[in-house]
Design a protein around this ligand. Sequence first.
Ligand code: PEP
Ligand code: MG
Length: 915
Amino acid sequence: MSRTQTKKPAKTQKTSNSKKFVYAFGKTTDGNTTMRELLGGKGANLAEMASIGLPVPPGFTISTEVCSYYYDHEQRYPAALRQSVADSVKSVEKQLNKKFGGRKNPLLVSVRSGARDSMPGMMDTILNLGLNDETVEGLADVSKNPQFAWDCYRRFIQMYGGVVMGVTSRTEEEEDPFHVLLEKLKRKVGAESDNDLTTQNLQTLVTQYKALIRKRTRGAFPQGVMQQLWGAISAVFGSWRNERAILYRQEYGIPAEWGTAVNVQAMVFGNAGDDSATGVAFTRDPANGEKVFYGEYLINAQGEDVVAGLRTPNAISKLAKEMPKSFKDLEKVRAKLEKHFKDMQDFEFTIEKNKLFILQTRNGKRTGLAAVRIAVEMQKERLMNVETALLKIPAESIDSLLVPVFDPKALKAASVIATGLPAGPGGATGRIAFTAAQAEKATREGKKVVLCRTETSPDDLKGMLHSQGILTSRGGVSSHAALVARQLGKVCVCGASGIKINYENKTLTAGKTVLNEGDYISIDGTTGAIYKGMIASTDSEVKRVLDGSLKPSKSYTYELFQTVMKWADKHRTMNIRTNADTPSMASQAVAFGAEGIGLCRTEHMFFEGGRIDYMRQMILAVDEVQRRSALKKLLPFQKKDFVGIFKAMNGRPVTIRLLDPPLHEFLPHDDVVRRQLAERLDVPLDFVIDRIKSLHEENPMLGCRGCRLGIIYPEITEMQSRAIFEATAQVLKGKKKIKVKPEIMIPLVGFRAELADQLKIVHRVAKEVMKKHKIRINYIVGTMIEVPRAAITADEIAKEADFFSFGTNDLTQTALGLSRDDMGLFYDEYQSKEIYNKNPFASLDQHGVGKLIDFAVDRGRATKPDLKLGICGEHAGDPASIDFCHRAGLDYVSCSPPRVPIARLAAAQATLRNA
Ligand code: PEP
Ligand code: MG
């Protein structure tokens, strides 16, 4: 079906005849602001504004149910719709004493989309609908301004031709064909701006536009106003599935099933002369949240002129001078909107011959900082209570108060060369280093670097620590790079498949851009954008207060942060723990408000310095004697680390997980490192190579890891248990009398027998250490639930366990049969087909993995009613997943240190939302 054809209503349909599909706003109003699901955000708010007496031009909203019907019925409409629309048009005609398609005083309308959540600029809009060769004359007569009437007509044909009839640029390089004609004419007649065109010029343009449409579509521009209206309605419904809209929905997790509403509204004209204007305004500054009137407008223009940027709009403050009365009216509207909607509003207005109209209002999009500031200040102003204020702040917003940030001005001038997955928020700029060694070297020389790797491994940790940020071309949001970066609070963009890293040539290529080692690159871990060159960034004020380098009283941002955190702590019921492997990470997390450690990954403790050699020696050992010899060297390191962590946590609970690395993460892959290892271990290189070969696994993630390691090499569990209990004894006996109650966690358990096997060792060692030191150690032993079998048999496993911690990284991997490291090949396609609403490794698959968790919670607690339950996968820092955890009845979530504040807020929101 060509885009010009309008779709006829379906002839028969049983269910929908009696249903209401169209809702009026104006003199009579059917809807209100609570009806967003049905009327979309715009329709619901238009109704609300009309009913509180704001000057809204009348119109009607076709509900989102029609959109769903349209897509479910091969793009046809419910039979009753045509009559309802005709009746609604009549009602608008009556209210304004105008006629749709009438020669005398014609009614013109706008047709706009309006989804439940606003998707600015993503879908289609048509203005000035109802003009044809006859009504344009009527408009000229009634306005006594033929130039204005013909300007409206040419605008309408341009928009309708593009949006409904598909006459647009055919390649990325080609300009909009209507725009080309307009500019050509302006050049010919010497017009500087569109407003300089005379009536005659505009008439010529209309003729040219119509000819263009005829040539491109082999059809004529429709003269029938009802045909125009249905064409526009179909185009707006159609735009729900355009590429932009789909992308936007993915970004913001908006389900495709929601659909859009269509709003048809009487036109008012900002282009009716110099006593007319149009503009967009925010009731507060959306960038920093300050309580100032913010916005812009253009005199003698229509809405699209402000957005299109063809003319530079004026700041709203200037309107006070240019149109003092209208500005005063606008100020009143600003106050009324905030008071009524109790949120910062982003609204569109038109002034027609000095009379103000409001065309739409919505909760304004804002930066994270603005979200926090607006909520806190609105609570202070008594516009909302604390509970509402807490719910108004998207939990992720807290991040923007914590991460090093790019200077917004510099960002505007920068060019994006590629994008990847935003994996560690904040902005980082530095010189490109392709190896960890180069990163370290450059840092020692006083340079800032961004480590750019195809993917990272434990060998890179040092380089990561030295870098401002980490960029990888492969790997997902729970890949090694992402996980470590988040834990370290490093900026990270991973899986940027649009860049190619060539280690040999030392180049990073993105499209036509080629960067060399040492060149500047900037990455934004909040958006995933990668920029060429340097962009200035700085540590957040909150961080500087927390590390003592800035006085709290000197930072308003810190005051905002503290206010929100205090509110959150008062309202949340879940505890917030952190995933930390070092004393410094633990201290940082405590400063952010962590109440314990929910996951200490012991293998991460072996990444650094000489330890990795002993770890490798242990892995490469051919018998127990060799293994015990390596373990003996590792024990003091482990014990020292645990002491440090226990001290940093100062009596807070600490869950230590026994060794769980897929072995390949620890084994060197390149020849140089293998040779060095052989030298350091004093073994032949061939031995190292052969042993690595013999340990090779096709699927290391499903291989010899987790409790399987401790089961085949019990001496590992023994060493780790000893290190934990020895460290506990040392701290308990220390001067400061810090309380320690270690929680030992056995990973990747699927069978009760696996847990029982490991428990025996833990208990035996505990006894030995207690006897040796003549003290009593309070400890508990639990397990991770990270394979479906563990969830399904949770009742049996709970017999052995004091607690469960859901390892949702592996649980997602194993439940979905989806590799944590290898989803790059199909992930984009899955997203664009909306198979995944969100990345399942970033936000919990609540319908699938969530059911396993619910089941395990039920079964586990059936066996042991006081079984302690938590989550320590990456999902524990994701607000939607935290909401799920609250509903599932978990006791705590454990996330990386930088996400602790987000989790505190998200947990409070979950309590409020589900109260
Ligand atoms: C998990 O699987 O969710 C988990 C926390 O363990 P890891 O990421 O270390 O495998
Ligand atoms: Mg795991």
